[in-house]
Write a protein that binds this ligand. Structure first.
Ligand SMILES: Cc1cc2nc3c(=O)[nH]c(=O)nc-3n(C[C@H](O)[C@H](O)[C@H](O)COP(=O)(O)OP(=O)(O)OC[C@H]3O[C@@H](n4cnc5c(N)ncnc54)[C@H](O)[C@@H]3O)c2cc1C
Length: 523
């Protein structure tokens, strides 16, 4: 049907799973992918990259990992899994590789009319025709040729951890321009491929900026190549609760943080008086659990010895999804001096290397690698042609990106975003969102008024600020994912309680397996 054309931007995990559910509901998706491959961040990571979560937490509800894959899969296994999924559900046929979306334009009612709407799209109907506008999607091919497609609905699955690298800014003549050596981003190293990257770092004095997943992987790889003769220095601005596996004192994190009981220990958006009272009464237990996990990390890793004990709690790290799984034997490399850890709030470049805050002697180096993340907001903004939509899509910096159910901007019609808000297992979070979105598009439920959606967004914004502190813009639903999934399940008309028995429901960890066959179980 002509009125069911949906453009999906990006063929990473979010785009693939969105396409799969659109096909299942009879839509005609077209997936635009800038690269030559599916997989997004998994298509060209560093050689040593592996998942941060065990396989069973990072799987599609209807597509288990092969039995041979256990524990924490490496990036090759993740790519094989994604390729098998895309073939199994016939997604590949709908992907247009090497086609980058360079402009999105909403053609229909003007901005003034849109601002006066009470209901999304003016009438509350989701797909065009009823919603009265269409999206003009401008695509740039690899040869530079441009093409325009008209879509009734678009789903942005651009990813937050790829694309535009984030490099801190420096005062004049104190940045990379003052340095005689090379400065790159971890993304550039990953793109080289393992062999070229190994050759590139070999024999160089290297500084890595950052202390999360990519920084740890880059430093470990450089240390393995150059050893203690040319140690790799890591500049750590914020100390992190990085740890060797997904458990503490022999108990999986699922029992500490991913069950209904753990969600009773803090305030949730839209909770009633009873839950609010319970959260207040039980909050000391939250502190106890956090300290318990912290005591394990302090015991199992030498962070005290190296002055790397974080200033924030493990609970805060979990609620903002800001911690990483250490590469195997990471602290062995620190012990044998092939990695040197330096804590510093700021630094500046000079001719020979970098000078840390409060010091006068530079750390001499040949290569500085920034593993400082990506500009997810800017990537999202840049895709819109209209300056007003650019502003609306990411909202004010004082608040979280305004997304109802972390998918829908109440003020931008006929468009959804999947994969922006983070969780501790992004694959299945994207799957539940894709399921929710396609139910919405299929008319299985209606969105509330724009006012109500905005009120809901504000409640989630308050939650993010309360528990993720300065990292609220990450919109992490890490420790509140059951509460979040409950809302999506209720919208779709499915029973959110997925366990058998009261005690299991309260204490057993929730993960993708709990949502197997969701659509077949009505409330
Ligand atoms: C090193 C690393 C390890 C990670 N480990 C974990 C983990 O263990 N567990 C976990 O839950 N998450 C992990 N993540 C987070 C990871 O980002 C998500 O799990 C997931 O892969 C994100 O998928 P995505 O599709 O949303 O985004 P991406 O993978 O970033 O895919 C976005 C896609 O959109 C395409 N695209 C972007 N802009 C355009 C455009 N304008 N036109 C056309 N195409 C475009 C890109 O080319 C890309 O293919 C990790 C991330 C990294 C970087």
């Amino acid at each position: 049907m002509e009125s069911r054309r949906v453009g999906v931007v990006g063929a990473g995990i979010s785009g693939l799973v969105t396409c799969k559910y659109l096909l299942q509901k009879g839509f005609r998706p077209v997936v635009f992918e800038a690269n030559r491959s599916i997989g997004g961040v998994w298509a060209s990571p560093l050689g040593s990259t592996r998942l941060q979560t065990p396989a069973e937490l990072y799987q599609f509800t209807d597509f288990p990992w092969p039995e041979s894959v256990t524990g924490v899969p490496n990036h090759k296994q993740v790519m094989e899994y994604l390729e098998a999924y895309a073939h199994r559900f016939d997604v590949i046929r709908h992907v247009r590789f090497g086609e980058k979306v360079v402009g999105l334009e909403y053609v229909g009612p003007d901005q003034e009319e849109m601002e006066a709407w009470d209901l999304w799209g003016g009438t509350g109907d989701v797909v065009a025709g009823a919603g009265r506008g269409v999206w003009h999607v401008t695509v740039e091919k690899e040869d530079g040729a441009k093409e325009e497609h008209v879509m009734d609905f678009v789903v942005l699955c651009l990813g937050r951890f790829s694309g535009l690298p984030k490099i801190p800014s420096f005062s004049k003549n104190k940045g990379p321009e003052a340095f005689n050596g090379k400065v790159i981003h971890s993304m550039d190293l990953a793109k080289m491929g393992s062999n070229v990257a190994a050759e590139f770092v070999k024999g160089k004095r290297i500084i890595v900026i950052g202390f999360l997943k990519s920084a740890l992987d880059v430093a470990a790889e450089c240390a393995d190549i150059n050893g203690a003769e040319l140690p790799c220095t890591m500049i750590v601005r914020t100390k992190r609760w990085n740890l060797p596996d997904f458990s503490a004192w022999g108990i999986s994190f699922g029992y500490y943080y991913f069950n209904r009981f753990s969600e009773l220990l803090f305030h949730k958006p839209g909770e009633g008086i009873m839950l609010s009272l319970l959260a207040t009464l039980l909050s000391p237990l939250r502190w106890v659990i956090s300290k318990f996990v912290e005591s394990y990390i302090k015991k199992i890793t030498p962070i005290k010895k190296y002055g790397m004990v974080p200033d924030h709690s493990f609970f805060q790290a979990m609620s903002s999804s800001l911690f990483a799984l250490l590469p195997e034997n990471f602290y062995e490399r620190v012990k044998n001096d092939s990695i040197i850890l330096k804590n510093s709030k700021s630094f500046e470049f000079c001719k020979d290397g970098i000078i840390l805050e409060g010091e006068s002697v530079p750390i001499k180096t040949d290569l500085v690698i920034f593993a400082t993340g990506f500009k997810g907001d800017e990537k999202l903004r840049n895709i819109f042609k209209s300056p007003s939509l650019q502003k609306i899509v990411t909202g004010s910096l004082e608040n979280t990106v305004p997304l109802y159910r972390e998918c829908i901007n109440p003020r931008i019609p006929q468009m959804a975003i999947i994969g922006y808000s983070e969780s501790l297992s992004n694959l299945y979070t994207s799957e539940i969102r894709a399921m929710w979105l396609t139910h919405l598009l299929d008319g299985r439920f209606q969105l509330p008024s724009i006012k109500l959606m905005e009120e809901d967004v504000k409640k989630w914004d308050k939650y993010m600020k309360e528990y993720s502190h300065e990292y609220y813009r990450r919109s992490s639903i890490g420790i509140i994912h059951i509460w979040y999934n409950d809302q999506l399940c209720k919208d779709m008309g499915y029973n959110p309680k997925r366990k058998k028995g009261f005690l299991s429901e309260l204490f057993m960890p929730y993960g993708p397996n709990d949502y197997i066959g969701l659509e077949s179980k009505k409330e």
